[in-house]
Write a protein that binds this ligand. Structure first.
Ligand code: PGA
Length: 234
C-alpha cells in the first residue's frame, strides 16, 4: 500500500526533517514494507537519506527560467526529488490551475520519469447533482492524462471532504473506487479527512490501495499508526 502525507503549508525545514526522521525510525523499527511518501512545503525540501520517499507538492514544467514564485527540476534535482503531486484540489480551486495546465505539467514530469500522484475529486455541488453528473465531472479530470503511465498513482479526494472532517461513507468510497479503477490500472489512493480513527476501515476497502493524508498527518504519531494499519492489512 501507499501511505502519503501532504504537509501543505506547514512545518519549517527543521520541523520537516525531524518529522521525516520520526517516520523513518518507525518504518525501520517495525520492518514496514509499505511505501511511505511525504510532500513537504517547497522551502522545506532538503537532502533525504531515509526510507521515506519525499516528493514536491508542486513544480513548474521547466528546468529553470523566468517563472516568478515557481521552482523547476533544477531545484528538485538538488535534492534528488523524483516524485510530484499534480492536480491537488487546492491547486485546482484556490490557485486556479486548469486541466490544460495540469496536463502540460503531467506530460513534462512523465517524460522525466517522475512518480506522479495525480489527484481527482468532485466539489460538493457535483456530488449533490447525482452519481452520473459527479462521475462525468471526475472523468473530465482524466482528460489528457496518460492513465497507463507506469509511475502513476491516482488519489481520489472529494473536495468537500478535504480538511473538513467530513468523509463519504465507506460504501460510497467503495463504489467510486470501483468505477475509477476502470479508468486506470494505477494504484488508487483515497484522501479527504482520513484520520487515525477511520484510516483502518478506509484502507480495508476493496480497490483502496492507500491513503493521502493532510491535517491528520501533521501528527507524526498518528501518521505512523496509519502506516502500521496498512502493514497489518497486507
Ligand atoms: P485532509 O487533506 O486529510 O486534511 O482532508 C487531504 C489532502 O488534501 O490531501
Amino acid at each position: 500500500m501507499i501511505i502519503a502525507a501532504n504537509l501543505k503549508t506547514n512545518f519549517t525545514r527543521k520541523e520537516t526533517n525531524s518529522y521525516i526522521a520520526e517516520l523513518d525510525t518507525y518504518v525501520k523499527n517495525n520492518a514496514i514494507s509499505q511505501e511511505v511518501l511525504v510532500f513537504p512545503a517547497m522551502s522545506s525540501l532538503d537532502e533525504n537519506n531515509t526510507s521515506i520517499v519525499v516528493g514536491a507538492q508542486n513544480a513548474y514544467p521547466t528546468k529553470d527560467g523566468a517563472f516568478t514564485g515557481e521552482i523547476g527540476t533544477t531545484h528538485l534535482d538538488e535534492f534528488g526529488i523524483k516524485t510530484i503531486l499534480i492536480g491537488h484540489s487546492e491547486r485546482r480551486h484556490i490557485l486556479g490551475e486548469t486541466q490544460e495546465a495540469l496536463v502540460e505539467k503531467f506530460n513534462y514530469y512523465k517524460e522525466l520519469g517522475f512518480k506522479i500522484v495525480y489527484c481527482v475529486g468532485e466539489p460538493l455541488e457535483k456530488r449533490e447533482a447525482g452519481e452520473a453528473e459527479m462521475m462525468e465531472y471526475i472523468s473530465t479530470q482524466y482528460e489528457g492524462i496518460d492513465t497507463n503511465y507506469e509511475n502513476l498513482i491516482i488519489a481520489y479526494e472529494p473536495v468537500w471532504a478535504i480538511g473538513t472532517g467530513l468523509t463519504p461513507t465507506l460504501e460510497d468510497i467503495a463504489s467510486i473506487h470501483k468505477e475509477l479503477k476502470k479508468k486506470s490500472p494505477a494504484p488508487l489512493l483515497y484522501g479527504g479527512s482520513v484520520k487515525v480513527t477511520n484510516a483502518k476501515e478506509v484502507l480495508a476497502i476493496e480497490n483502496v490501495d492507500g491513503i493521502l493524508v493532510g491535517s491528520a498527518a501533521l501528527y507524526a504519531e498518528h501518521f505512523c499508526s496509519m502506516i502500521g494499519f496498512a502493514e497489518e492489512l497486507c
